[in-house]
Design a protein around this ligand. Structure first.
Ligand code: ADP
Length: 172
């Protein structure tokens, strides 16, 4: 092998896409696992006009920056449009998705194979969270917070604070 080939290390970069509406301890668990496998993990918040998020994009990004933005080799970003195009633009070879239960599988399987059709150079990698997070989703956290329940065991403190402010009006 020439010295030139040895001198250029390949950057292993992965994208972890999602709505993160809001980020939960389950997402953070997946980020922790992914960052041990890759040189850089880009946590990418999707602009999706069809989903109606509780939190505006900026707030979702700010909460991620606050909770995961300072972790070494993790970068917070946003993207619009096709995930594979974003992956290509970022020179990322992998997409990370979390698998909680069999119920996640069908949709994730379909997405992974479709993305492979769109770009065979992007591999989807599934990671499983710690058992205690397998029942956790942004949707259920929002539902508990909306009903006035305590979500502090499921999300970072900044997120619990944002949700309690958001729903305070409906309980006063
Ligand atoms: P999306 O709208 O893409 O489903 P989410 O923010 O809900 O966005 O989830 C992003 C990714 O994180 C998905 O792969 C999802 O399966 C995964 N995920 C969400 N919650 C958890 C959790 N508690 N444990 C493991 N993975 C999770």
């Amino acid at each position: 092998m020439s010295d030139f080939a040895v001198a250029i290390p390949l950057m292993r970069r992965a994208i972890y896409p999602g709505s993160f509406d809001p980020v939960t301890n389950g997402h953070l668990d997946i980020i922790e696992r992914a960052r041990k496998l890759f040189d850089e993990v880009i946590v990418a918040v999707a602009h999706n006009d069809e989903k109606q998020p509780l939190l505006p994009l900026k707030e979702r990004l700010d909460l991620l920056r606050e909770t995961a933005g300072k972790i070494d080799n993790v970068r917070i970003a946003q993207f619009k449009g096709l995930l594979v195009e974003f992956a290509r633009a970022e020179k990322a070879g992998a997409v990370i998705r979390g698998l909680r239960a069999v119920s996640d599988f069908e949709f994730e399987f379909q997405m992974a194979l479709m993305n492979r059709k769109l770009d065979a150079g992007v591999e989807t990698i599934f990671l499983m969270p710690k058992e205690e997070y397998t029942y956790l989703s942004s949707r259920i956290v929002k539902e508990i917070a909306r009903l006035g329940g305590d979500v502090s065991g499921f999300v970072p403190a900044a997120v619990a604070h944002t949700l309690s402010k958001k729903f305070a009006r409906s309980h006063s």
